[in-house]
Design a protein around this ligand. Sequence first.
Ligand SMILES: NC(=O)C1=CN([C@@H]2O[C@H](COP(=O)(O)OP(=O)(O)OC[C@H]3O[C@@H](n4cnc5c(N)ncnc54)[C@H](OP(=O)(O)O)[C@@H]3O)[C@@H](O)[C@H]2O)C=CC1
Ligand SMILES: O=C(CO)[C@H](O)[C@H](O)COP(=O)(O)O
Length: 461
Amino acid sequence: MQQFGVIGLSVMGKNLALNVRNHGFSVSGFSIDKPEVDALAKYEDDKLKPCYTWEEFVDSLEKPRKILVQIMAGDPVDQTIQKLIPLLDKGDIIIDGGNSNFHDTNRRYHELKKHGLHFIGMGVSGGEEGALNGPALMPGGDKEAYEEAAPILTAMAAKTEDGRACVSYIGPEGAGHYVKMVHNGMEYAIMQEISEVYDIMRKVAHKSNKEMADIFAEWDKGDLNAYLIEIASQVLRQKDDLTDDDVIDHILNVASYKGTGNWMLEDAIKLGTPITVVAEAVLARFMSKATTREGKEVVYDGEVASDLIDNLGKAMYLAQIVAYAQGFQQLTMAAKAYDWELNYPAIAQNWEAGCIIHAKTLYHIEDAYADGKQLDNLFQDPYFAGVMEKNLPALRAVVKLAAEAGVPTPSFSAALNYLESIFNPSLPANMIQAQRDYFGAHTYYRNDREGVYHTEWYEEK
Ligand SMILES: NC(=O)C1=CN([C@@H]2O[C@H](COP(=O)(O)OP(=O)(O)OC[C@H]3O[C@@H](n4cnc5c(N)ncnc54)[C@H](OP(=O)(O)O)[C@@H]3O)[C@@H](O)[C@H]2O)C=CC1
Ligand SMILES: O=C(CO)[C@H](O)[C@H](O)COP(=O)(O)O
């Protein structure tokens, strides 16, 4: 009997199945798409079994069955669950490893409970390479079921620099998919920031692709060490297959999305979380689709300070931390709103390797939340407060220069405004409150005494 099963053998499912097998566990793989099963069958051995029918797949698994569903999110997951329910036994475990919306996961978790089945909604990150060699895993749902699957999940997960597995139980219901959604929102934010740095370097500092690749590679050796910084360098070095040029210069500048970042923003609006950089990153993808392509190119021939690249690195580091701070702020607010006990150091550890946003900064974030420290905002931690103090002038200088040059920096500007606002005791919201009270008698609170107040702003005519 096989110890683990995977349904959906596309990019992620096939590699996750091979990963499980490579760690010494026996695994069955099934897909409704026969060619996907044929592709897995090339690796068939005593630990890896390709299956061509639902029944063959389910019957091949030892009980309690542990089945990873790694397919397109949405209706296909409900269809797959409906197909599985009559074939499974009480106590079996379904793990949804796709990018499912956490609302769907909440619903499925409660529905499957009624059938005596366990459900784990598990965020998976790492793309094709991570799936094979070690992804970050964010499982939520039944704790008891997680413990049952933990030996396999721990073996297949990425490992931090000191060998700890990038997986831990996140929380009940859809908490695992919530955390993956926040991961992806921060992914959008950091990718947008990198694209703005690239834009300033090419249009203001007039750097070639090779020079920019070298700068990103250099940054990757220091504080900014991160997977997304590393691949930015590799992207800039890549030659085109169809021309003699660099491929980056022929990629259409319209950003696509499957929407997990958008979901983070939707929930932030519900919770009232000021995730301004994530919001700008989501909107920048819309903007890339909406821009008319008939305008004039930005040509900057003004003076460029000798410390521009140094400032860009410092600004990028601070802006990257703002993205993480906003992600953790949203997690803190969601935990309160949904009554989840989230373990922030464990979440940071889950993201230290294997996933798309893995970066050296995450080790500092783990330290910031260690020993049960409660932070409303990551910048309350002394390390991050220090980076803010040191790097804020660079961020301000970069935003100022970009504004002068006419290069849009939605995420960098949002990061700067966030830092200027978040610890600011005198934001001008008193004017908004006064106007609301003026036109709508909406009332206001005072800063000098308790109670709710209304002013008679004008005489009734
Ligand atoms: N690609 C990535 O980098 C990452 C992807 N993910 C998530 O992992 C999941 C799988 O991703 P990926 O491997 O890229 O593949 P896709 O998201 O492209 O999904 C393809 C798989 O879903 C199956 N599928 C589609 N509809 C159904 C259905 N109605 N019933 C059963 N199976 C169905 C497909 O079978 P068929 O060929 O027959 O349509 C195929 O096996 C997704 O939720 C994705 O968001 C998570 C992290 C990273
Ligand atoms: O989950 C992922 C990485 O972590 C997937 O690659 C996801 O598709 C990325 O999001 P989008 O397609 O919206 O850019």
